[in-house]
Structure formats: C-alpha cells, structure tokens
Design a protein around this ligand. Structure first.
Ligand code: MN3
Length: 245
C-alpha cells in the first residue's frame, strides 16, 4: 500500500514537472471562446424520484450544491481560456496552473459528477429500475459473473466510502467494466490524482455525500443505496457504455 502511494506520488511529481515545462506554450496565449458550463435543468421533476429520493433533497442537491459547483467552476474557467471539454479539463488537472488545481478538482469534479448522476436516473417505471440490456448486460456477466455479483460489489463500494465520495462503474482503458470509488468530488477521469489502476470512463455513479440522502435517510446510507437501484436508468447507462467502450 505504502509502495503504491509512493509510486503514485512520484508519478504526480513527474507530471507536475512536465506541466511546468509545458506551461509557457499552453497558457501564454489566451484562446478565444473556451469552455462554458451551466446548470442544466433536471430531465424530470424534483419529486419524480420519490420515494427513493425525496423532493426536498433533490431541490437542494441540484439547485444549491450542484449550482455552487457550477458557479465556482465558471469563475475558475475565466482564467483557463484554452479549455474545450470538461473531460479534457478533468483528465489533465496536474497540468493546470497550480493555483487553480484544487478549485477545478473540487468544482469541476462536482459539476461533471452531478451531470452524470442526474442523467443515469429516471422515475421508477418510466425508465428507472429494471435491468441492464444488450451489450452492457452481456459485459456485466462477462466481468462480474452475474448482475447480482455486480450490484453487490457496487453497493459495497458505495457503503464503504468513508466520509464523502462516489461509487463508480467504469470502462477501463482495456475495455473492461470495473467498480471503484473516490473520495470527495474526485472521479476516475482524473489522471495523476486517482491511482492509475482506478482510472477509466465512468458510466454509472452514485453520490454518497450526506447531502444526497441525509434529510430522508439520516445515517442509513445502506437503505439509500438499496432504494437507489429502483431509479437507475439502465438505458442511459447502456448508451454511455456504447460511447465509452
Ligand atoms: Mn452531491
């Protein structure tokens, strides 16, 4: 474990060295346009995910929490005129000016993670719940053995996050499905910040910050996780799988 942490630190240091060398060419010339972000409306009503997720939680979570990440990110992007995509921004945080790295990590991660979270849910019976289909279902069987083995592993990852963070289903660079988790607003796109073995493209994510469930579930994170499966939009996850593989 210690070895891995040390290796990870060395890798980050190497990346930062590369960043310093690249900085003049990357950041000297302001580029017209740049990345713009905004808080999108939810694709369903605030009360549409009840009883799994209550209306008040959804309103505060989307409007205040996600809204806050978007505002902070907008401010940081004013100083990053050369960015063209959220994914590119998150993949290369160690190459950004050092004064903006933490802001982008927390608020860029917060924005991207929540966009995914809203998208991969739907009201129960109107896209939410049910089971994965097609090639996603087949690949879950290939990589986990069964749907239940996958959901058990994912639920365990969500329950096991200490403090605030996320559980993820990712497509690895080798094209395999893998369950992982990250603290805070980190995500598996963040090279140099997340261990190399946990990198990939997230196609399903579960927010286990207390703000995502505490009003309704208090300390019962396990109940939140088991009810959340009833609002997972498997067709949306399947579409993300097709894009990522
Ligand atoms: Mn959240």
């Amino acid at each position: 474990m210690q070895n891995m942490t040390r290796r990870h630190a060395l890798k980050t240091t190497a990346l930062l060295g590369a960043a310093a060398a690249l900085r003049p060419s990357l950041f000297a010339q302001p580029v017209a346009g740049g990345l713009r972000v905004s808080l999108k409306d939810l694709p369903y009503d605030y009360d549409a995910l009840e009883p799994a997720i209550d209306e008040k939680t959804m309103r505060i979570h989307h409007g205040k929490h996600h809204g806050g990440y978007v505002r902070n990110l907008q401010t940081a992007l004013e100083e990053l005129p050369g960015q063209s995509s959220m994914e590119g921004l998150l993949r290369d945080i160690p190459l950004l000016p050092e004064s903006l790295q933490t802001t982008v990590r927390n608020n860029g991660g917060g924005h991207w993670n929540h966009d995914l979270f809203w998208e991969i849910m739907a009201p129960p019976g109107e896209g939410g719940g049910g089971q994965p289909r097609g090639s996603l279902a087949a690949t879950i069987l290939r990589d986990f053995g069964s749907l239940k083995a996958f959901t058990d592993q994912f639920s365990q990852a969500a329950s096991g996050v200490f403090g605030s963070g996320w559980a993820w289903l990712i497509v690895t660079p080798q094209g395999r499905l893998k369950v992982t988790s990250t603290p805070n607003q980190d995500n598996p796109l963040m090279r140099g910040l997340v261990p190399d073995t946990e990198l990939g493209t997230p196609i399903l994510g579960l927010d286990v910050w207390e703000h995502a469930y505490y009003l309704h579930y208090q300390n019962r994170r396990g109940d939140y996780v088991s009810n959340w499966w009833k609002v997972v939009n498997w067709d949306a996850v399947g579409a993300k799988f097709e894009q990522a593989r």
